[in-house]
Design a protein around this ligand. Sequence first.
Ligand code: UDP
Ligand code: MG
Length: 322
Amino acid sequence: MTETTSRLMPKYSLVVPIYNEESTIPALYQRVSAVMDRLDGNSELILVDDGSRDRTLDLLRELHDRDSRVIYLRLARNFGHQIAVTAGLNYVRGEAIIVFDADLQDPPELIPDLLALWQQGYHVVYAQRTKRVREGWFKRLCAYLFYRILQQLANVDIPADTGDFCLMDRQVVDLLNQMPERNRYIRGLRSWVGFNQIAFKFERDLRFAGNVKYTFAKSFGLAINGLVSFSTVPLRLSTYLGLFSAVLAIVMAILVLYWRLFIPHSTLTGFATIAIAIFFLGAVQLISIGILGEYIGRIYEEVKHRPLYTIAEVGRKIEGRG
Ligand code: UDP
Ligand code: MG
């Protein structure tokens, strides 16, 4: 690398996944660029348009024309939040990389605080939500339960109540970029790499404008992904269910035998028992097949080796010319 390019290379890269956020982009740019102006080095803002259907792309093009620090990627369709972040991470050039949402729920003003911890030698600074007061009780309950179950089952320690808002050192991002898996549960992969990680507590703001893009189904899908990607304990669940049914069957056999031998003239009224037993075993088998299916489906996804995303357009100025 020559002296000039190294001076032009950004020190900090900010990655923002965006899906149909036309109403927040002006405010996002205003707040983020104010923060970028105050940083102690060059920075780049990588806006990843995850196949938006509103005016997002036009707005990104405008920003890129106005400010050469703004780079945008347009994915060729909607690939989902985790893949959009992955695409952004593939393009970063900075030494410290910060990922946050476009809806301003993760306040960009906290970036200098995250950077201060990076300067102290931490490789990953993950933002941890202190409360979720403003979200509905059902979402909060589901999130609470999910993170606790995941902590119990996962084979790496994935901290509770963390999202994708974080700072990562170049070294960590290089490792993430080398990971080939398609089912990307980024906050899990980020914990998996290790190094010095620290939590940064913050209170999550309300969405600035627009609607939540994560429907319940998408969140549920992400949760299952997190569990299946980081734990094989669910597979063992079928074994436990099977053992439980076997014990139940033995107990029932003993009961029936006792009944026939020691209670004279007993007539066994069996219909309800048989019906329940059939449904119970059916349920056990279907659940087991379902769990197997989750893993096999993922194996299938992985072996296909398709690219993770397709890119329709990249807006990036070439140093010294753009
Ligand atoms: N997002 C995305 N692709 C999607 C869904 C969401 O890039 O398919 C982006 C969205 O624009 C936002 C971030 O991911 O910047 C988080 O989405 P959202 O605010 O809807 O979810 P939540 O706040 O519930 O995590
Ligand atoms: Mg949000």
